[in-house]
Design a protein around this ligand. Structure first.
Ligand SMILES: *[C@@H]1O[C@H](CO)[C@@H](O)[C@H](O)[C@H]1NC(C)=O
Ligand SMILES: *[C@@H]1O[C@H](CO)[C@@H](O)[C@H](O)[C@H]1NC(C)=O
Length: 366
């Protein structure tokens, strides 16, 4: 009898330990960058770059209300968090981000920003990268106050970090006007090298601040988004000069992340080939169940690519059949295909390894 009781209590102890480990074992997610990953910080800022009114969020489950995400529903960080069994990260500026919520992570992204401080100046009060890092330091102080310094450090070191930057440095800076200051200063290849040298500083700063596993997305096919088709494309073909810029920038980014990894002696930075992942459904939309990859679901004018997505725009009845939700951003369903590739893509699109592999390796460390 005694022995049975003792065995039982051992079983109970083991189960309890496993349960705690499972809950605490879900890693935090930290998000930095632009509108592709902003989950609502801009709602709290004096800026025109916002997605906090209908029909944004029309498919957002369960509220069907706008949240500040530049999507008809979930955005990229949401889908990645779901995939690893984590709660979605709250925008850092949200008043709901406090107490135990801090352990889930935080989203510092701000629509309109770029690698350079002069990118997106037309959007006025947005959080540039250096400001996102100031908030990240504040976050770490608040997390320390909640769980203690050692635990806070281990949460940050163990976090999955997502960094999405670069697209705006082209479309909302270099190519914004025909004779932009940056295009008079640099040729496209020179500009790409300059961007990469600044991006390297940003990533090194992120490493200094404690990030140890960072997905770094390259720019998408900038010349294929409905906004560019509307203004620069004759018959709906992707705009060559923007496509070429992305194809110069992206390989340099892969090389730069490789260089930093060898410098720090570990595969901290993982390059995500967002260009290829988007091109898959852009070049063969029907294979992915889309009726079009050229016309935005929400917008007006040519390809629904003119102006902003607002309550007065044309709106497609079924968002799942459109690759692009608005003139710049993929639909929730298209993002699902990107996330699938992030988790299981081969090493030519996830360099040096995909997120399934990362999760498996890291589950043995943290
Ligand atoms: C952006 O501005 C911040 C603060 O003034 C500065 O520290 C940083 O070096 C600037 N970045 C670039 C790329 O000029
Ligand atoms: C990526 O992930 C899948 C599992 O989904 C795995 O089978 C595959 O080998 C991985 N590929 C690479 C190149 O790491």
């Amino acid at each position: 009898m005694r022995e049975v009781l003792m065995r039982l209590s051992i079983v109970v102890v083991v189960i309890t330990v496993v349960k705690i480990k499972r809950i605490e074992g879900v890693r935090a997610v930290l998000v930095f960058g632009d509108s592709l990953v902003d989950s609502g910080n801009n709602n709290y800022l004096p800026t025109t770059a916002r997605a906090d009114s209908p029909p944004y969020g029309i498919d957002y489950y369960p509220t069907h209300l706008p949240t500040g995400r530049f999507s008809n529903g979930y955005n990229l960080p949401d889908l990645i968090s779901q995939h690893i069994g984590a709660e979605p990260t709250l925008p850092y500026l949200s008043p709901l981000l406090n107490g135990r919520n801090l352990l889930v992570g935080a989203n510092f992204a701000s629509a309109g920003i770029g690698i350079l401080n002069d990118t997106g100046i037309q959007f006025v009060g947005i959080l540039r990268m250096f400001q996102q890092f100031v908030l990240f330091e504040k976050y770490q102080q608040r997390l320390s106050a909640e769980v203690g310094e050692a635990q806070a450090k281990s949460i940050v070191n163990g976090a999955l970090v997502l960094m999405t930057l670069g697209g705006n440095d082209f479309v909302n800076n270099y190519f914004l006007t025909p004779f932009s200051a940056r295009s008079r200063q640099f040729t496209v290849p020179q500009y790409c090298r300059y961007l990469i040298s600044e991006y390297r500083k940003i990533l090194m700063r992120l490493y200094e601040l404690g990030a140890r596993r960072v997905l770094v997305t390259g720019t998408g096919p900038l010349g294929c988004v409905p906004a560019q088709l509307a203004t620069r494309s004759r018959n709906g073909e992707c705009v060559p000069e923007l496509q070429q810029a992305a194809q110069i920038f992206n390989p340099l980014l892969v090389q730069m992340t490789r260089d930093i990894n060898s410098q720090v002696g570990s595969d901290v930075f993982v390059a995500v080939n967002a260009f290829q992942m988007n091109m898959n459904f852009i070049t063969d939309p029907q294979r992915f169940g889309f009726v079009t990859s050229k016309i935005a679901c929400c917008g007006q004018g040519r390809f629904n690519g003119v102006g902003l997505c607002t309550i007065f725009s044309n709106l497609c009845p079924n968002r799942d059949t459109y690759a692009f939700w608005d003139p710049y951003h993929p639909s929730q369903r298209a993002l699902g295909f990107i996330v699938r590739d992030i988790f299981s893509g081969t090493s030519d699109i996830m360099t040096p390894m995909n997120l399934s592999t990362i999760m498996a390796i890291d589950s043995n460390i943290y």
